[in-house]
Design a protein around this ligand. Structure first.
Ligand code: GLY
Length: 307
C-alpha cells in the first residue's frame, strides 16, 4: 500500500536554512535513533558553515561528506554493493545562482564522491563523468582512491548476500543521502550521494547523479534532493518538477507533498524529497515508511531531527 505524508519544519523568512536526508526506506526501530543522530550531525556541520556566512554550496557539500563517512547510510563508506559485490558510487551537486552542476556515476571507491562532483562543478567543462573517466578526473583533481575493502561494511555485504539469496528485503534502510540549503544571501544549492540499489546490474545509473532528477537548484525557485526508486525519479524528472512547483507558488512542504504524490501516481514509485526555497523555508515528504532527516535554520538553538 502506498502511504504518503508530508512534514513542514519551521521556516526562516530571513537568514539561512538547511535540510538533510538519510534516505527513504524502512529503518528498523532499533536504528531510528542512530539514523536521526547521523542526520543531525550533518545538518549541524552545514549550519556551522552557513552561520558564519558561508555559501549554500559549501554547506550541502559538507553535510553530504559527513553522511558519506557515516557507515549506516548508503553513500560513501557503507554504500550498497552491485551484482559483482563491489561499491559503484553516484553523486551530484548543483548551485542555484549560475546553474553550475557536477556529477559522477559508477565511481569506484573514493571516500567522498560528493567532493569529486564539486570538483566537476568547479572545473566547468562537463557536468557528468562516468566510471573510468570519473576515476581519471578524480585522480587528476588530486583525490586519492580508497579500496573496496575499506569502503565495504559487514552490513552492506550481509544485505547483498540476502538479496542474492532472494530473501525478502525486511528493514530496508534506503540510505541515499542528500542536502539542500539556502544561505544568507538567498542562494540555494543541493547535493545527493548514493551507492544506488543493492545487487544493481553493472553499468546501472540511478537518479542521484542526474541533474533535474536526483538533484536540482535554481535561485529563482529553490533546490531539491531526492531519494527512493531511482528509475521512477528519473522518469518524472522529480527534482526539476518539485522546484518548478515552488516557482509556481507552492511552499516547500506543499511542493514536496505534490512531488511525492506525482511520483506514485505517474510511475508507481516510492521515495522521498527535501526542498528549500530562496527564503530559507524547508519542506519534505516521503511515501516510504521512513526517511531520516535533520534541519537547522538561522536562530534555531540546535538541529531538529526526525524520521
Ligand atoms: N535513489 C537512488 C538510486 O536509485 O540509485
Amino acid at each position: 500500500m502506498l502511504v504518503t505524508g508530508s512534514w513542514a519544519a519551521p521556516t526562516s523568512a530571513r537568514g539561512f536554512g538547511v535540510l538533510v536526508h538519510g534516505g527513504a526506506g524502512d529503518v528498523p526501530a532499533d536504528r531510528v535513533a542512530s539514523h536521526r543522530a547521523g542526520c543531525g550531525a550533518a545538518a549541524r556541520a552545514a549550519a556551522e558553515i552557513l552561520a558564519r556566512g558561508g555559501s549554500a554550496l559549501d554547506a550541502v557539500q559538507r553535510a553530504v561528506e559527513v553522511l558519506e563517512d557515516d557507515p549506516q547510510f548508503n553513500a560513501g563508506t557503507g554504500a550498497c554493493l552491485d551484482e559483482s559485490g563491489e561499491v559503484a558510487l553516484d553523486a551530484s551537486i548543483m548551485e542555484g545562482a549560475g546553474a553550475r552542476a557536477g556529477g559522477v556515476t559508477i565511481l569506484p571507491p573514493f571516500q567522498h564522491p560528493i567532493a569529486i562532483a564539486r570538483a566537476v562543478l568547479e572545473d566547468g567543462q562537463h557536468v557528468l563523468y562516468a566510471s573510468e573517466g570519473a576515476t581519471e578526473f578524480a585522480r587528476r583533481a588530486g583525490f586519492a582512491p580508497s579500496t573496496q575493502a575499506a569502503m565495504t561494511t559487514p552490513a552492506a555485504r550481509e544485505r547483498w548476500e540476502m538479496v542474492r539469496r532472494g530473501d525478502p528485503e525486511v528493514g530496508w534502510a534506503g540510505g541515499t543521502v542528500g542536502a539542500v540549503a539556502c544561505d544568507a544571501r538567498g542562494s540555494v544549492a543541493a547535493a545527493t550521494s548514493t551507492g544506488g540499489t543493492t545487487n544493481k546490474r553493472r553499468g546501472r545509473v540511478g537518479d542521484t547523479p542526474i541533474i533535474g532528477a536526483g538533484t536540482f537548484a535554481d535561485d529563482g525557485a529553490g533546490a531539491a534532493s531526492n531519494t527512493g526508486h531511482g528509475e521512477g525519479v528519473m522518469r518524472t524528472c522529480l527534482g526539476y518538477w518539485a522546484v518548478e512547483a515552488m516557482r509556481a507558488g507552492a511552499a516547500p512542504d506543499e511542493a514536496a507533498r505534490r512531488a511525492i504524490e506525482h511520483l506514485g501516481a505517474r510511475v508507481g514509485s516510492r521515495g522521498g524529497i527535501i526542498l528549500v526555497d530562496p527564503r530559507g523555508r524547508i519542506g519534505l515528504a516521503r511515501s516510504t515508511a521512513t526517511m531520516s532527516w535533520g534541519a537547522a535554520w538561522a536562530g534555531c538553538p540546535d538541529v531538529v531531527t526526525g524520521i
